[in-house]
Design a protein. Structure first.
Lengths: 112, 112
């Protein structure tokens, strides 16, 4: 199984809503990532988990809250988002830092 | 300043018309250069990793090369299904966790 599965594929939320994005991989990868991608732009790193511990937070606003319940799962909790947060949110995993990334198909998020 | 620049931004080719995409970088301590392919609304898909100048990798119609300052992705006799955005990413730095920068991407359109 070489897939990274993300749910939901699409999400529309209001600025007062609380929602969560989910990501799952069963490749035994120990590094998991959240990226944000705006249209026609490259992915921007948000968070990195290594061995289930948060190792990198790229100064992301606190309205984004990551969680790694176990080595296969990664969540991104969303609260009080702004319309400018609308983007494609990508989860990725790798054997370790510096190894090739396996990306999920992403969650297309729209904040109204 | 650490930087990764891809050119051209967009490329239109006729089927069978070979060409090259460029990724130039100015970073300290290159650890690896990655090429990814991204289709609209999907996550990037890994193509190649290159680690040292002079290294080459091939896969079907694609060939990636690396020098000390840039990488090329050569596309030989492209087909319409090669249409996608091609992203390069450079990992650099020292210690246990380096940094990863994505270039802006080259959007390739191959017409039949």
């Amino acid at each position: 199984d070489t897939e990274v599965t993300q749910t939901p594929k699409h999400l529309v939320m209001g600025m007062t809503n609380k929602k969560s994005l989910k990501c799952e991989q069963h490749m035994g990868h120990r590094a998991m990532y959240w990226y944000k991608q705006k249209a026609k732009k490259p992915p921007e790193l948000m968070f990195v988990y290594s061995y289930e511990k948060l190792s990198i937070n790229e100064s992301v606003p606190s309205r984004f809250s990551p969680e790694c319940p176990n080595s296969s799962l990664l969540n991104l909790h969303l609260h009080a988002l702004q319309p400018e947060d609308s983007a494609l949110y990508l989860c990725a995993s790798s054997q370790g830092w510096g190894e090739k990334l396996f990306f999920g198909s992403g969650t297309q998020l729209s904040v109204l | 300043e650490d930087q990764v620049t891809q050119s051209p931004e967009a490329l239109r080719l006729q089927e069978g018309e070979s060409s090259s995409l460029n990724c130039s970088y100015t970073v300290s301590g290159l650890r690896g250069l990655f090429w990814y392919r991204q289709d609209p609304g999907k996550g990037p898909e890994f193509l190649f990793t290159l680690y040292s100048a002079g290294e080459e990798k091939e896969k079907e119609r694609l060939k990636a090369t690396l020098t000390k300052k840039e990488s090329f992705l050569h596309i030989t006799a492209p087909k319409p299904e090669d249409s996608a955005t091609y992203l390069c990413a450079v990992e650099y730095g020292s210690g246990n966790t380096g940094k990863l920068i994505f270039g802006q991407g080259t959007t390739l359109q191959v017409k039949p």
